[in-house]
Design a protein around this ligand. Structure first.
Ligand code: HEM
Length: 364
């Protein structure tokens, strides 16, 4: 009997003993580590790193860009989450990239159509065989400095916008990354060559690009580009060229300034001041932009201007090479055939071939 009680007692006591041992060793975590941690902290963040509980109102404000206090020199670090970055990325990768493709593709298609329908614009009176100087070496240096830097800036810039969709798939990630890294260096440094180029062409050609009444007549006749036998008179530069010139100076200048603001972030912040000036005309634009918003707007402006400029320059390159017989020589050798010059810049040829006036009798 004694034996039976002892035996029964051990059997009854065994489960209590096991539970007591498990409790002492905290073995429960082995079976359910998450549940037990949750049970331990009752839904609070372990370690009390953010205080007692997760305050959804605070997190919501942080998510919306609330600026806090920081004791380090970089006061911008007071903003933990800059939500406008998402809108910026959506606009850059969305409308800017998509409309950019339509714009550039559209210009290429239009130029192709123009070539098919109009053909190469010939010198209608044929080559005279007599050459006259159109651009001296300084003018050609300024042009090719601007042009060559612009071509590389354009290609490396387009790679930044579209390269991951167009080039990376067939080049592979590693090679594309190396290409883009070197492209970025080229883009940053050649920006200065482009700036020098546009300052040079501004100084050299500004006098010949002042608009006048003759330009309206040239534009009304479409420059004689769309038909045969029409050659509206023009001085050294016709209205179409003046448009290209001012676009290169003004858009190129703004492109350069926005490029500098991107190379040296948080130094030039152009938008608050621009918006304040525009608000005089009732635009109601925000003027308390954060430094990050300034950069995001600058990047969008830089891309949009660059795409517009590339589109116009594609047309310029076409008409200065394939599209018009005899035009390229002006920038190649610096000399053009006299008949070409008479057909496209008759007043300039008249002026050039007129006898020099004695000092004090300068004409118009
Ligand atoms: C890369 C290919 C290019 C070619 C083949 C080319 C060709 C030419 C030619 C032949 C002229 C003289 C036209 C004349 O005698 O009346 C010219 C002028 C000019 N080029 Fe270019 N160009 C190129 C690129 C560029 C680029 C990239 C820019 C600026 C970003 C540029 C800006 C100008 C300007 C401002 C003028 C004077 C105004 C005008 O003629 O439209 N060019 N170019």
């Amino acid at each position: 009997m004694m034996f039976r009680i002892n035996y029964l007692g051990r059997i009854v006591a065994a489960p209590f003993l096991i539970v007591a041992l498990l409790w002492a060793a905290d073995v429960s975590t082995v079976f359910d580590p998450i549940g037990s941690a949750a049970a331990q902290t009752r839904g609070e963040v372990p370690g009390h790193s953010v205080g007692g509980s997760s305050d959804s109102d605070s997190w919501r404000q942080i998510r919306r860009g609330l600026k806090g206090q920081v004791s380090i020199p970089n006061k911008r670090a007071g903003v933990m989450i800059q939500s406008e970055g998402e809108s910026w990325r959506a606009i850059r990768n969305g409308p800017v990239s998509i409309y950019g493709v339509w714009l550039l593709g559209g210009v290429v298609v239009l130029l192709g159509l123009f070539f098919v329908l109009r053909g190469r614009i010939r010198i209608e009176s044929g080559f005279s065989g007599k050459l006259i100087e159109r651009f001296n070496s300084v003018e050609r240096f300024a042009h090719w400095l601007t042009a060559s830097s612009f071509v590389i800036l354009g290609l490396t810039g387009l790679n930044m916008l579209y390269g991951r969709y167009v080039i990376q798939p067939w080049l592979g990630r590693d090679a594309f990354s190396t290409l883009t890294e070197w492209g970025k260096y080229a883009h940053d440094f050649l920006g200065f060559a482009f700036m020098l180029g546009i300052v040079m062409i501004l100084v050299i050609w500004v006098r010949d690009n002042i608009p006048n009444r003759l330009d309206l007549d040239w534009l009304a006749k479409g420059g004689g580009l769309f038909g045969h036998g029409s050659h509206p008179p023009a001085h050294k530069f016709n209205a179409g060229q003046k448009i290209v010139f001012w676009l290169v100076i003004l858009a190129g200048g703004s492109l350069s300034y926005s490029g500098l603001a991107l190379i040296f972030p948080f130094t030039l912040e152009p938008w608050s001041g621009t918006f304040a000036a525009l608000n005089i005309f009732g635009f109601g634009l925000p003027t308390d932009l954060s430094p990050m918003q300034e950069i995001q707007l600058t990047q969008l402006w830089h891309s949009i201007l660059a795409l517009i400029m590339i589109a116009v320059i594609l047309a310029h390159v076409y008409i200065g090479s394939l599209g018009m017989e005899g035009a390229y020589d002006a920038m190649g050798s610096g000399y053009v055939d006299e008949n070409w010059a008479r057909e496209h810049h008759s007043l300039w040829v008249d002026q050039k071939s007129a006898p020099e006036k004695p000092p004090g009798q300068a004409g118009e």
